[in-house]
Write a protein that binds this ligand. Structure first.
Ligand code: TRP
Length: 358
């Protein structure tokens, strides 16, 4: 868990609506693992957001909350270095959401392309809850309450970072007297409470699923999960359709198969070799490449399986809960400090309070 240091901060997180997969790994998890030493990291389980579309499934949300923490630890996010935050136990987030909601025009919130896509993809029609679009304001509060400089996310989440930056500027201008012509980098120096945080997308912005067409996603049934066995990985890779039929048929190295080659084979020489042979149709089958990719993915997941072992089963659940409780208490210190300063700036400092978390 991070202690109070002078390192710049990171905040990012996941909604507990299912297991994490390779798309999450290349899009965001890998960055989180890499940046843990350089930054003071807060990683958030957005369990309140899970209720925006699954209010009728509290058991599933609870299960997924614990499983995501297990995925995190497995992939190398280290509870000794970083702080894992349970959103529903940080009341300051819900409070800040209200204040920020007053600074974001309703139409601006509804214009968010990620929100719009979600409404369509999830078939929410016009019967979605009030809380659904509210989550995007909530996401601004998730981020700003920790005053981070960096937010490592998958590409689809950038559309949420933008209103967060807008509302941070607005707050700083309105309540901290910062000049609107200030450069984003200078807001804190000029007396603003909130840094203007930047999104950071991983090395593969958008990993195609094993259907070879759509973005990898649990709900599209085209995902390789961090918990998959070699056998499963091989089977899923095997199903990736390219349309190529013979070993001597020249292939297109911009197809989905080669997205995987470049995403999961770390050796540049080997990538070049495969690209050359494939584009010429030089005695190379899709099947061989698929097995080779599956082996590399398996090698990536192997240490993750090992790190997961101590957290299996009920005993593992208990350990996860202990971590979440302890870390969330620490996170509340940071969150309460920001909230106090925000309310002070808004002339709402009527007294300090102490949160108890038993
Ligand atoms: N909306 C994000 C997702 O579904 C999860 C999330 C919630 C998040 N709050 C956040 C990500 C704050 C980054 C920062 O993936």
């Amino acid at each position: 868990m991070s202690s109070n240091t002078e390192k710049p901060r990171i905040l990012t997180g996941d909604t507990p609506t299912g297991q994490l997969h390779l798309g999450h790994w290349v899009g965001s998890l890998e960055n989180r693992v890499k940046l843990q030493d350089e930054y003071e990291c807060f990683f958030l389980i957005a369990n309140m957001h899970a209720f925006t579309t699954r209010a009728d499934k509290p058991d599933e949300i609870r299960r997924s909350t614990l499983d995501i923490v297990k995925d995190w630890i497995a992939c190398g996010m280290d509870p000794e270095k970083s702080t894992f935050v349970l959103q529903t136990e940080i009341p300051g987030i819900a409070e800040l959401t209200w204040y920020l909601a007053m600074l974001l025009p309703f139409n601006r919130v509804m214009r968010n392309p990620t929100l719009k896509t979600e409404l369509e993809d999830k078939g929410l029609g016009d019967s979605y809850s009030f809380g659904f679009p509210m989550y995007s304001v909530g996401q601004c509060a998730d981020i700003l309450i920790f005053r981070p400089e960096l937010v490592p996310v998958g590409e689809d989440q950038l559309a949420h970072i933008e209103p967060c930056r807008e509302v941070a500027r607005r707050f700083n201008q309105l309540y901290c007297g910062v000049n609107p012509h200030t450069d984003d980098d200078d807001y804190v120096k000029e007396g603003g409470l909130f840094p203007i945080p930047e999104g950071k997308v991983g090395r593969v912005a958008r990993l195609v699923g094993t259907d070879g067409k759509l973005k990898m996603s649990k709900s599209l049934n085209n995902a390789i999960f961090l918990t998959d066995t070699f056998k499963k990985i091989k089977k899923k890779m095997g199903g990736l359709y390219t349309g190529r039929t013979a070993m001597d048929e020249p292939g297109d190295i911009n197809n989905a198969l080669f997205d995987y080659v470049r995403a999961f084979i770390a050796d540049d020489e080997r990538i070049k070799e495969l690209e050359e042979a494939y584009s010429k149709g030089d005695n190379i089958g899709d099947g061989h490449i698929k097995v080779e990719i599956a082996q590399h993915i398996d090698k990536l997941l192997e240490p993750m399986r090992e790190r997961r072992v101590p957290f299996e089963g009920n005993e593992g659940d208990k350990k996860v809960l202990e971590i979440l409780r302890e870390h969330t208490r620490q996170a509340n210190n940071a969150a309460e400090e920001t909230l106090y300063l925000a309310k002070q700036a808004m002339k709402l400092d009527f007294g300090k309070r102490t949160l108890m978390f038993e």
